[in-house]
Design a protein around this ligand. Structure first.
Ligand code: MN
Length: 211
């Protein structure tokens, strides 16, 4: 079964004024779509890889992937996972997007970081501190506690056994049309479209993501 580009649950212009319509259109339709195409090209026809889930491919730092395919699966499999999650954990402001964490995730954020404001400050530091392209994450470790960190390129928490709860794409393609070089402004505005209901469902195990 081939990997597929997921549909958005909202329109390309639904995240305006925080993320512009053309960025959404190009980001999913071209960038994400290329990761899906290249991932399928890497696994299709390879007996060791075809039919494996994304989780199986990426787990344990791509342990099951032959060396010759590791870079392709790492970049494109990570890209497919990260972007699929990114669309899901956003929603239009006031229609599921924005506000504050809820439920068990809110409790864990307060326990780990002291407050949501502290969590946001650490997350922003991770996002703007990532030199070049990558992501910043709020992730759940195997022991159930939270961690904020960033990954380069399309590396994803799945690769080191963590569960990504929310993540922000800080590749320039994610924000350059609207924000140009002002990555901190993009990060600040992004909180207005974070879907905390979905984040809570991922954190408490109500949903298990399969892309
Ligand atoms: Mn991207």
């Amino acid at each position: 079964m081939a990997f597929a580009l997921p549909e958005l649950a909202y329109a390309n212009n639904a995240l305006v004024p925080y993320i512009d319509e053309l960025t959404m259109e190009i980001h999913r339709g071209r960038h994400h779509n290329a990761y899906v195409t290249n991932l399928n090209n890497a696994v299709n026809g390879d007996a060791a890889l075809e039919g494996k889930t994304l989780e199986e491919l990426l787990a344990d730092n791509l342990a099951i992937v032959p060396d010759a395919k590791k870079a392709a699966v790492r970049n494109n499999g990570g890209g497919h996972f990260n972007h699929s999650l990114f669309w899901l954990i956003m929603a239009p402001n006031g229609q599921g997007g924005g506000g504050e964490p809820i439920g068990q995730l809110a409790d864990a954020i307060n326990a780990t970081f002291g407050s949501f404001d502290n969590c946001k400050a650490q997350f922003k530091a991770a996002a703007i501190g990532r030199f070049g392209s990558g992501w910043a994450w709020l992730a759940k470790k195997a022991d159930g506690t939270l961690e904020i960190y960033s990954t380069p390129n399309q590396d994803t928490p799945l690769m080191d056994g963590k569960t990504a709860i929310i993540g922000i794409d800080v590749w320039e393609h994610a924000y350059y049309l609207q924000y140009q070089n002002v990555r901190p402004g993009y990060v600040d505005n992004w909180w207005n479209v974070v879907n905390w209901n979905t984040a809570e469902a991922i954190f408490n195990g109500a949903v298990t993501l399969t892309f």
